[in-house]
Ligand binder design. Structure first.
Ligand code: GCU
Length: 504
């Protein structure tokens, strides 16, 4: 290499090194410090404390239905912010829907930044398994996010895609928010197991030569036993097969998608994960996305991958989750219109129930300990003392009836259990039903069947437990189990299949 060339190479590497040095390491705040930092950015001096979930505590949440609706109305999904009525589908799509999306991005869940780096999906282990009597192929997937812009943070999404082995064509797929483990790892049998046992015994002998005598006394003994052909599953609470067995038996595929591999479920992690990567390890600004939006973003990248998989019917991919992941599933469906269906399990505040309701979990819970699920801006609605004065849930420009409405006219199933079995009153089932009934007006406007009980949300009463309303694209069912959507899985599957036929 010539001298000038070497000189310019040296110069270039200096620039690269300097650039890398300029990058600060990720901020390591505790959740409290991060929470305080956001309060400072917003000019909030004090937040109203959230209520206690313990009904015996003096500051427990309100469970008196007569006090549950402090605001006489919720924002109208069918009225523009300037008051004009939304009367046509065109007006919904072109004007009102974008306005509601903007409201949720700005004030509630935060925005997905424009410059989120690219994701490359890679395949790990491929396992051939049985779920009950259904043969499936389970594939480990890693979504590596390009971190060349900030190498100090690595984001590697993790999921297991499980598809029926004997499908005759592309299959519908449900993405399930939760732990990503192989559902039923294939175990060695016969000759293979014999080889493992032989090596295992040799290893044991090496470790303890005196075992020779034991092995000689029990020459036919095999330390590792043949697994039974049919492994009994741990049944759902209602005695049904596990959700994933039901999905496989119905000929569906599913993806076990690990939210924590996108974004940690805590405040101290907010300067890392995908949010931290885009922010180069710095704390969020008020309109930045929170964990719910980040998890939803991850599900969207999962769908990008599924769209490239010929075994998947990408026009019929759904999203499912329970509790905080029920919120995340609803957020996913609301923002990403490629998702065809959603099963929203026990989602509560920040999910299907009205933010304006005062019953169980409060907006003040979501501006306190759970603040990182939401955009920083959301904290304003819990402020009792701030440079802007104080704000209440009634000041939030949008509400959950509109979040559900963003899913219209696609297949949307709102699911709950019962408090007696552990689906706590905290979740506000009734408030979720009110929101669902009001959202239905948008299904109607778009010419879909939706869920019409002939009442408006003020007078609507939640249907009795186990009474499903499952004949339109918007479905409701409160099962008689606990904090899970498992007892509704068979209803979801029947409903979704019937609806997919109607739509064909
Ligand atoms: C808490 C929280 C809820 C959340 C639930 C969960 O109860 O207040 O918002 O849905 O945890 O995810 O288990």
């Amino acid at each position: 290499m010539s001298f000038p060339a070497r000189l310019s190479l040296l110069f270039l590497s200096c620039v690269v090194v300097l650039a890398a040095q300029e990058q600060k390491p990720p901020v390591t705040f505790t959740a409290e410090q991060d929470h305080q930092n956001m309060m400072d950015q917003l000019g909030i001096k004090a937040l109203r404390p959230g209520p206690s979930g313990n009904e015996k505590a003096p500051n427990h949440a309100n469970y008196d239905e007569s006090l549950a609706n402090p605001y006489s109305n919720v924002p109208d999904p069918l009225a523009m912010n300037d008051g004009r009525k939304v009367t046509t589908a065109e007006m919904w799509w072109k004007e009102r829907r974008p306005e509601i999306v903007e409201g949720f991005e700005k004030y509630v869940y935060g925005r997905v930044p424009k410059d989120v780096p690219k994701v490359t999906w890679k395949t790990g282990i491929v396992d051939h398994e049985f779920l009950g009597f259904t043969p499936v192929t389970a594939k480990e997937l890693y979504g590596e996010v390009d971190n060349s812009g900030y190498p100090a943070i690595t984001v590697k999404m993790h999921a297991i895609e499980v598809l029926p082995a004997a499908a005759h064509g592309p299959v519908p797929v449900l993405i399930l928010f939760g732990p990503a483990r192989f559902p039923s790892p294939n175990e060695p049998r016969g000759d293979e197991l014999a080889r493992v046992n032989k090596a295992y015994k040799a290893m044991l002998l090496q470790q303890d030569p005196s075992l020779k005598e034991v092995f000689e006394r029990h020459p036919a003994w095999e330390p590792l036993k043949e697994p039974p052909f049919f492994q009994r599953p741990e049944l759902n609470e209602d005695g049904d097969q596990p959700n994933v067995w039901q999905l496989a038996a119905a000929g569906w595929g599913f993806v076990l998608f690990e939210p924590a591999s996108v974004q940690a479920d805590n405040g101290e992690g907010i300067t890392r994960g995908i949010i931290g990567l885009v922010n180069q390890g710095q704390p969020r600004k008020p309109a930045d996305w929170g964990a719910l939006r980040a998890w939803a973003w991850g599900a969207g990248r999962m769908l990008d991958y599924l769209e490239t998989d010929k075994a998947v019917d990408a026009k019929h991919v759904g999203i499912e989750g329970v509790s905080r992941y029920g919120k995340a599933a609803l957020v996913t469906m609301a923002f990403d219109q490629r998702f065809a269906m959603v099963l929203v399990g026990s989602s509560g505040k920040g999910g299907a129930t009205l933010l304006r309701r005062n019953f169980g979990e409060a907006v003040e819970s979501l501006t306190g300990g759970e603040y990182y699920w939401m955009a920083g801006n959301f904290m304003k609605y819990g402020a009792s003392d701030a440079t802007f004065g104080k704000m209440t849930p009634g000041d939030i420009p949008v509400d959950s009836n509109e979040l559900i409405a963003l899913c219209a006219p696609r297949l949307t199933f709102i699911s709950y259990g019962v408090p007696e079995k552990g689906d706590a009153k905290w979740l506000d089932h009734e408030g979720s039903f009110m929101a669902t009934i009001d959202a239905n007006r948008v299904w109607k406007l778009l010419g879909a069947k939706g869920l019409d009980l002939g009442t408006d949300y003020h007078t609507a009463k939640m249907p009795p437990v186990n009474e499903g309303h499952l004949d339109g694209e918007l479905a409701w069912r409160q099962h008689d189990g606990g904090h899970t959507d498992a007892p509704n899985m068979k209803w979801f599957l029947q409903w979704a299949e019937a609806q997919m036929v109607v739509k064909k």
